[in-house]
Design a protein around this ligand. Sequence first.
Ligand SMILES: Cc1ncc(COP(=O)(O)O)c(C=O)c1O
Length: 438
Amino acid sequence: MGRNDELLARRSAVVVSGLPRTTPVTVDASNGATLTDCEGKEFIDFASGIGVMNAGHCDPEVVEAICAQARKLLHSCIHISTYEPYVALCEKLVSLLPHGPEGTKCLLLNAGSEAVENAIKIARMATGRAGIVCYTDAFHGRSMMAMTLTSKVTLKQGCGPFAPEVYRLPFPNHFRNGDGRSVEQFARDELARFEYLLTTSVSAEHLAAVIIEPIQGEGGFVAAPPAYLRGLRDICDRHGIVLIFDEVQSGFCRTGKWAAYQHFNITPDLSTWAKSMGGGLPIGAVIGRASVMDRVKPATLGGTYTGNPVACAAALANIGVLEKRDLNAAAERIGGRIRDRFTRLQKTTPLIGDVRGVGAMNAIELVLNGDPAQPATTITRSILDACVARGLLVIGAGIYGNVIRTLPPLVIEDAQLDCALHILEEEIVRHARAASAA
Ligand SMILES: Cc1ncc(COP(=O)(O)O)c(C=O)c1O
C-alpha cells in the first residue's frame, strides 16, 4: 500500500464518516499555488482550501508572522486581557472596510459560521426583533443558526429541528430563473416577491435582518443583480431591517476588491468574513456600523479562542501580502484570462450553459440540452475527478453539483494557470463529446 492509500485507510478507521471527502488527494506540503501529496506528486491548486489561500500557500511573511507571534504569546483570551494583534487587526479591518459615517466596529471570531451566528445575534439585539430573511442556494455554515440559514437540504438531513423565525426567498438567479426577462426586469420582479413576503409571511416590523451573499459561493458563484441589492438596501432602510452581506467566500481580493459589495456600491450594515482573511489560520469577523454593533447587551458576544493572537498576526501579515503584491489587480487579470478561455470554449460546447464570475471568482455551469433546468451533475463530477487524476485540484459547487468553480491562489504563475486551464478545457471537451455521442 502506498503512503496515500495508507493515510486514507487510517482516516477511514478513525475519522467520522460524515466529514466530506470530495477527492482522494492527500497533502503533505504546499507552496504558492502548488500542493504536494504524501508520495511527492504535485497538484496545481484550483481550490485554495475552499477559497482560503488567496495570498498563496505558506507565504514566507505570513509564516514568519505566525512563528514570531507564537514565540511571544499563544493565548490569553481577549475577555481577560487586551493584546495588540487583536486591536491592530480590527483597526486594519475598519480602515479597509468602513461601514458607515458614524464609525465602524469589529468582532473577531474563529470561522465563517461563527461570524454568521454573531451577526444574527447582533442584528436581533440591535433591533429587538426576531425574524431573519435568507435565500435558497445559500451557504452560511454548519453551526445551528448558520445551518438553518444554509439552503441545501442534503447538508442538514437529520440535524433539525432548526432555528425558528427564518424565512427563505429564492436567490435572484437570473441564469436559472430569468426566463427570457432582462436582468433589470427580473430584479424588479424578485424585489416585488420580497414585498409580497412582507404581506404574506412576516411583517417588516418583525424582521431583524436580511442575510445574503452578494455573490453566492457554495451556491455556484452566482452574483445577485446589482439592482436587486440596491432594492434590498432600500427595503432595509425603509423598515429599519439590518442588511447583512456574507462575504466569507467572496472577500479579501477574490473578486478584485476587498469586498464583493464594493463592485455594487452598496454598503451593508453588518458583514461577515473568514476564509482568506486569515491566510490559512482559523479566524473570522463581523464588521459593522458602530451604531448597530454597539447596541448589543454586555457579555453577549465572544468566546475563549476568538481573535487568537497567532491567528490575528497571520491575518495582519496576510492582508499585508494582499496589499503589497496588489492581489486585487492580480484577481482581475487572472479572472479575465479564465473568463476569456471559458467564454471561447462555450461557443463550441453546448454543455457549458453559463460562464460567469467577478474578478477571480469564476465558474462554469454545465447543463444538458442548453436547458438551465437540466443540470449535468454526473458529467460535472466525472470532469472534476478526471482533472484531479491529471494533477489539477478543482472542486464543484451549486445546489445540483453541476458547477465547476475556479479558486486559484492569486499568486498563481501564468504557466501554471495556462496548464490548469488546458487540463480543464480538455476534460470538458472530452466529456461533452462522449455525452453527445451517447
Ligand atoms: C459564504 C459563506 N459563509 C459562511 C461559510 C462558513 O464558513 P466556515 O466554514 O469558516 O464556518 C462559508 C463556507 O464555505 C461560506 O462560503
